[in-house]
Design a binder for this molecule. Structure first.
Ligand SMILES: [Zn+2]
Length: 305
């Protein structure tokens, strides 16, 4: 019995030493853990501050990267025509009763073109609206010409021009869900400037119009090959000759890009296959006019000089 008491006392002493040592160890662990937590919290606070500081920089840089990429793409799209002969078929003043046939020929040849349309030609015409639908669905570029092709009206002032312009953009937006960004001024830039002087009293009207178009994000493009298809005296073979010889002349230029001006006329329908074949024989491909791409303008500057 006495032995048992001694043994129990001994075991109690050993147990208490062991437990005491264990608790001592635990409190040291907790102390170390607290210190580590404090260090960790301090560090994570620093990281958070760094992240907060870097986040806007990263988004600014990725924005810059995107805009640089767009710029490089645009430059590529422009300089490519130094080596790659390209024709841009453009049709003004439509749509008309001939547009469907023009679209059929383009479809047969698997060629996309650019259509500078006029609001009054479309607004009350079922055929015109169907043609717009086909232009969009078949992958052509829908572009802005005017709501009303009336020089003495639209070139009297900047306000008059944009009253007309806002009507055609609203109409096209309503019909297609988007606003085209390529614009061709009725008569082209050079004659438009003269009309502005004649009807608006100053060439300033012209520069006010063009600089406002650019401020609103539009690109103004003329042509560098004129088929004169609007003139019935030109005739079918005349249209083909003018298109092909005009395109050929572009091959010796710095930019081998021919922006060919045509209209949705009956003779144009008859000439179109000949134009396509003749231009193809020159080794030219066909493309559409796009923002950031090839631009030709009789008046280069977009601001008052
Ligand atoms: Zn026109």
């Amino acid at each position: 019995m006495r032995f048992l008491c001694v043994l129990l006392t001994f075991l109690a002493i050993v147990l208490s030493i062991f437990l005491g040592f264990g608790m001592y160890n635990d409190s040291k662990d907790i102390e170390r853990f607290d210190k580590e937590t404090a260090v960790f919290e301090e560090q994570s606070g620093l990281y958070r501050a760094e992240i907060n500081e870097l986040t806007p920089k990263i988004s600014a840089l990725s924005e810059e990267k995107a805009s640089l990429k767009a710029e490089i793409d645009a430059i590529k799209r422009r300089i490519i025509y130094k080596t790659q002969p390209t024709a841009f078929l453009t049709f003004d003043d439509g749509t008309s009763g001939n547009t469907n046939q023009i679209l059929n020929i383009l479809k047969e040849n698997n060629i996309k073109a650019t259509f500078f349309v006029v609001g009054t030609q479309i607004e009350n015409s079922k055929a015109g609206q169907e043609a717009i639908k086909r232009i969009v669905e078949e992958g052509h570029v829908l572009a802005i010409h005017a709501y009303e092709h009336e020089y003495s009206k639209i070139y009297t002032s900047k306000e008059a021009y944009f009253e007309d312009f806002d009507k055609i953009t609203a109409l096209l937006k309503e019909m297609t869900g988007y606003t085209p960004k390529i614009v061709r001024l009725p008569s082209g830039t050079a004659t438009a400037r003269s009309f502005c002087e004649r009807y608006g009293g100053s060439t300033d009207v012209y520069y006010d119009i063009v600089s406002e178009l650019y401020a609103r994000g539009y690109t103004v493009i003329d042509w560098n090959v004129d088929t004169e298809d609007w003139n019935t005296a030109t005739g079918v073979s005349g249209i083909i000759d003018r298109a092909v010889s005009g395109a050929k002349a572009r091959l010796s230029k710095e930019y081998k890009a021919a922006v060919i001006l045509m209209h949705d006329t009956a003779d144009t329908v008859k000439a179109l296959q000949g134009v396509i074949d003749g231009v193809k024989d020159l080794g030219m491909g066909f493309e559409v006019l796009v923002q950031g791409g090839y631009v030709t303008r009789q008046i280069a500057e977009t601001e008052k000089p």
